[in-house]
Design a protein around this ligand. Structure first.
Ligand code: NAD
Length: 269
């Protein structure tokens, strides 16, 4: 009897991941790498990027890194072209780079902070989406997963800019799925909430504690318990619980699925 073939549905395929040096980007890169993908990490933070690339290589994942600020249109275009030049056809994109920004109640929310978050989370996501979609349209199609958040629909207090930006990602995903279907490109979104441990969890808890609202306590440890108490599964999600959903939506098992948003949120709807 022969051994079963290894499960490598992404063998020979290139996946570009923005925010690839961050917690979720790296966990997803590792998972897709185990499924056979060649990974193109894109990130703004050079030191984290090189560390992530080296970690993946050490794990046996073919990984390459590009330094790029997703708010810089010329840099995004150049990066998409450079990845294709070096690695060939890019079949999949995880459009994941994003920032949480500052937390303030709406009445005090500074315009500059609002603009800065939209610049990365909305305009940056659009620039990346368009650049890679153009490449995919010219090279036989592909699939894209945009990173939204349960903040898009859950109404988290003190996060007007972030919630707005992630709601925009849901609209972007639906319209992109229509515009790109004729080009053989599927576009879906994932919406995690309360993932931890990690930078975003700690920052979110600390920022909500510092925001001084009626919704959360002033002690970050209590805020963490309050947040977990709002999750039906009564725990935060682990980073490793995101990549499987992304891989499913990017991969051929989801070949008739486009324009949807998948919550990854322990039962929060
Ligand atoms: P993270 O901070 O660990 O990773 C984000 C990465 O994006 C960082 O490596 C950062 O350098 C990069 N980045 C930021 N601005 C950039 C820019 N202008 N150009 C290129 N790269 C840039 O955070 P994470 O938890 O891995 O978050 C990844 C995505 O998931 C974000 O879009 C975030 O909003 C979203 N998200 C996170 C959670 C969570 O609980 N962690 C929940 C829902 C959604």
């Amino acid at each position: 009897m022969t051994d079963p073939a290894p499960h490598a549905p992404f063998a020979g395929r290139v996946v570009a991941i923005t925010g690839g040096a961050g917690d979720i980007g790296l966990a997803t890169a590792r998972h897709l790498g185990r499924l056979g993908a060649t990974i193109a990490l894109v990130d703004l933070d050079g030191a984290k990027l090189e560390a992530a690339r080296a970690q993946l290589q050490a794990d046996g994942v073919p990984a390459h890194a590009w330094l790029c600020d997703v708010t810089d249109e010329a840099a995004v275009e150049a990066t998409a072209a450079a990845i294709a030049d070096r690695l060939g056809r890019v079949r999949h994109l995880f459009n994941n780079a994003g920032i949480l920004g500052r937390f303030h109640p709406l009445l005090d929310y500074p315009t500059d902070d609002f603009d800065a978050i939209q610049a990365v989370n909305v305009r940056g996501a659009f620039l990346v989406l368009r650049a890679f979609a153009r490449h995919m349209a010219a090279h036989g199609g592909g699939s894209i997963v945009n990173m939204a958040s349960m903040a898009a629909t859950g109404g988290p207090p003190n996060m007007i800019a972030y919630a707005t930006s992630k709601a925009a990602i849901l609209g972007m995903t639906q319209t992109a799925s229509r515009d790109l279907a004729p080009h053989g490109i599927r576009v879906n979104a994932v919406s995690p909430a309360y993932m931890g441990p990690g930078f975003m969890w700690t920052r979110q808890v600390e920022l909500q504690a510092a925001a001084g609202s009626q919704y959360f306590a002033a002690d970050p440890a209590v805020v963490a318990q309050q947040m977990i108490g709002a999750v039906p599964m009564r725990r935060y999600g682990r980073m490793e619980e995101i990549p499987g959903a992304v891989a499913f939506l990017l991969g051929d098992d989801a070949s008739y699925i486009t324009g949807v948003n998948v919550p990854i949120a322990g039962g929060i709807l």
